[in-house]
Structure formats: structure tokens, C-alpha cells
Design a protein around this ligand. Structure first.
Ligand code: DP6
Length: 333
């Protein structure tokens, strides 16, 4: 049996990805930029089997329904490639995956999940892909997964907007070079680890189809990615934090304008946003970002992490997970 194991870490976008221009090829409407975190990861093992079936266990439970179909389609994408040996392509796979990310709670489990799956599946089926190729492949499972192939700051390029074939080749992630002194961290405030009211994929499609703010979102996001890259290169945390918080608020504004509205902000999220304002008013650099769930992630300098986490925890008896920049995808055959 051919076996491969891969580990990938979650990432949190500082300039958000929200909306696809091509759902089949998983091409985003805009570029985006993220920070990979050390605190949450997924480890996935793919064992090729003699039969053709693909079965999946996530944290020891068998996957069924739409979640299973999503993984099976992804494996089909890999074994359908021209560069996979036809004898190997016929084989099925037994996949087991373990998460340290609360699944479906807006803590980016699909990002680490599909990045780890891309790494392990490609290796098990005998492919030797570059990190860039792996980011393209991971993108086909979940857009944000393309960014979890790399550690630290990562940009995912929207790619060629005119031609979908070229878009598929040019929409990949890569590391963003950072100034030497830029030491960042993130305090992750966990407000609700339960399943979300509407999945991000459906919410994204609804936003693209119905939000009148969506074109403005697209226009500003490309500019924000360029500015965030410049802020990281210059080591300007204040500029980066300001851009990150603005991108998150704009993304939520865009989805609130969808019909029906997509609302992930909970009353407790707003309390944390207030606490972050309070930190800044008291002179501590802290900036909030939120994804497709109620949790709030707070970007700060590494030296301020303990103090920021303490203030956020104490202000509402909340669970706060301190996180630092994490590594890229690691594949072990
Ligand atoms: C809010 O990557 O989970 O976290 O591509 O449909 O799988 P699909 O969506 P996904 O969306 C992530 C959206 C976000 C923002 C971000 O990570 O950039």
C-alpha cells in the first residue's frame, strides 16, 4: 500500500477572500493575504487501497453526505491527472484526518484540511509537486487552503482575469517577504465552537449574486492586498493592522447587504470588537478580524500577545487561544 501523511496549519486572512469568479475552477474574485498560525493544524494520512472507493474519517468519525462528496471529488481531481500512473490512478484511498481546529466554527478548518489533503493525496498517488503547484491543487478543494501551503505571511493571487485556463495556472499562493523586525501574533477569541448557520461557500455565492456592494468590495480588495504587502515589507504593523481590520469590516458589510443578509457577527463578537477599541485607546496596538463565524481574531505585536490575550479573556470570561506565525505544509511519505 502506498501511504503519505501531511500536516498543514490554519491561516487567517488579513485581506479577505470573499467571492469567486469561477466556482468550477475555484478562482477567486480578488487576491487575498493571510497569516498562517501555529496553533491549529490538520494531519491527514492517505492510504491507497486495491479497490476504487474513497472513504474518509475525520477525527475518527466516518464522513458522509456532502462533506464526503467534496473530498471524493478532490481525490478524483488528483487521480484524473495526466501525470498520475494509470495503474495507480485506478486505486481508491482510505483517508484519515485529525484536526486541532474546531470544525466549521470559522476557524479555517477547510484551509488546513484541504492543504493537508492536497499534500497527502498528491504524494500517495506518486506526484512530486512544487509548493506552488500544491497551492493550486489545494485551491481546488477550498480557496483559502491555497494559502495554508505556506507559512507566515502569504498572498494568494487572483490570477489572469480574462482567460479561465490561464487563470487556473496563475491563481496560486506564495510567501510575502517581511521586514526582519516584524514580529506579529494573534489572539483567537473563541465565542462559539458550534456549527455555523450558513456555510461560507453558499454565503459567498449569495453575496456575489445579490449584494450591491460586491463590486466595490472587489475594487478595494486588490488595492488593500498591494498596500498590505507594502506594509509587511516595511515592517509597519500599525498600517497592516489598520488594513486588516478594515478588510474584515468591509467583508462583513458586503455580506450584510446580501439578500437574505448573511450575518456572522454575534452580540458577543461586537463586545470583543469594543474591547479591541479599548485596547487601542489605551495605547496597545491590537486590530480585529473576523471570518465566517462569530469568533474574533486579534492581530498584535508578539511582545503584546500575553497582555492582549489577558485583557480579551478577562473582559468577558472568554476562551482566548494565543497564536504565533506557523509553518507551511509538511509532507512525509
Ligand atoms: C471568510 O476558503 O472556506 O475565511 O473556497 O468556498 O472553500 P471556499 O471558501 P473558504 O472561504 C474562506 C473565507 C474567509 C476569508 C478568507 O479566508 O480569506
Amino acid at each position: 500500500m502506498t501511504t503519505a501523511t501531511a500536516t498543514a496549519h490554519a491561516n487567517i486572512a488579513l485581506v479577505k477572500y470573499w467571492g469567486k469568479r469561477d466556482a468550477e475552477r475555484m478562482l477567486p474574485a480578488t487576491s487575498s493575504l493571510s497569516l498562517t498560525l501555529d496553533a491549529f493544524h490538520t494531519t491527514t494520512t492517505v492510504d491507497l487501497t486495491d479497490g476504487a472507493d474513497v472513504d474518509v474519517a475525520l477525527d475518527g468519525e466516518a464522513l458522509t453526505g456532502a462533506a464526503l462528496t467534496k473530498v471524493q471529488r478532490f481525490v478524483d481531481l488528483v487521480r484524473g491527472r495526466d501525470d498520475v500512473d494509470p495503474d495507480v490512478a485506478r486505486r481508491g484511498a482510505r483517508i484519515s484526518s485529525a484536526n486541532t481546529v474546531p470544525t466549521g466554527a470559522g476557524l479555517a478548518s477547510s484551509a488546513s484540511g484541504f492543504a493537508a489533503l492536497a499534500g497527502a493525496t498528491a504524494a500517495a498517488y506518486g506526484l512530486d509537486l512544487t509548493p506552488r503547484d500544491l497551492s493550486r491543487l489545494a485551491r481546488r478543494g477550498s480557496g483559502s487552503a491555497s494559502r495554508s501551503v505556506f507559512g507566515d505571511f502569504v498572498v494568494w493571487h487572483a490570477g489572469d482575469l480574462e482567460d479561465p485556463e490561464r487563470g487556473d495556472l496563475t491563481s496560486f499562493a506564495e510567501p510575502v517577504p517581511a521586514a526582519a523586525g516584524l514580529d506579529v501574533a494573534m489572539a483567537v477569541v473563541v465565542l462559539d465552537a458550534g456549527p455555523k448557520s450558513i456555510g461560507s461557500r453558499e454565503a459567498m455565492a449569495r453575496t456575489v449574486a445579490t449584494s450591491p456592494y460586491f463590486p466595490a468590495w472587489v475594487q478595494h480588495t486588490e488595492v488593500d492586498v498591494r498596500e498590505a504587502e507594502a506594509a509587511i515589507a516595511a515592517g509597519d504593523l500599525e498600517r497592516l493592522g489598520d488594513l486588516a481590520e478594515a478588510s474584515a469590516m468591509r467583508m462583513h458589510a458586503t455580506m450584510l447587504a446580501a439578500r437574505p443578509a448573511v450575518r456572522y457577527l454575534a452580540p458577543a463578537s461586537l463586545e470583543v470588537l469594543d474591547a479591541v477599541l479599548g485596547l487601542r485607546a489605551a495605547g496597545t496596538g491590537a486590530w480585529a478580524t473576523m471570518d465566517a463565524g462569530p469568533n474574533v481574531k486579534v492581530l498584535c505585536a508578539r511582545e503584546d500577545l500575553d497582555a492582549v490575550a489577558r485583557v480579551l479573556a478577562d473582559s468577558g470570561r472568554r476562551r482566548v487561544i494565543p497564536a504565533r506565525p506557523g509553518p507551511g505544509l509538511a509532507v512525509t511519505r
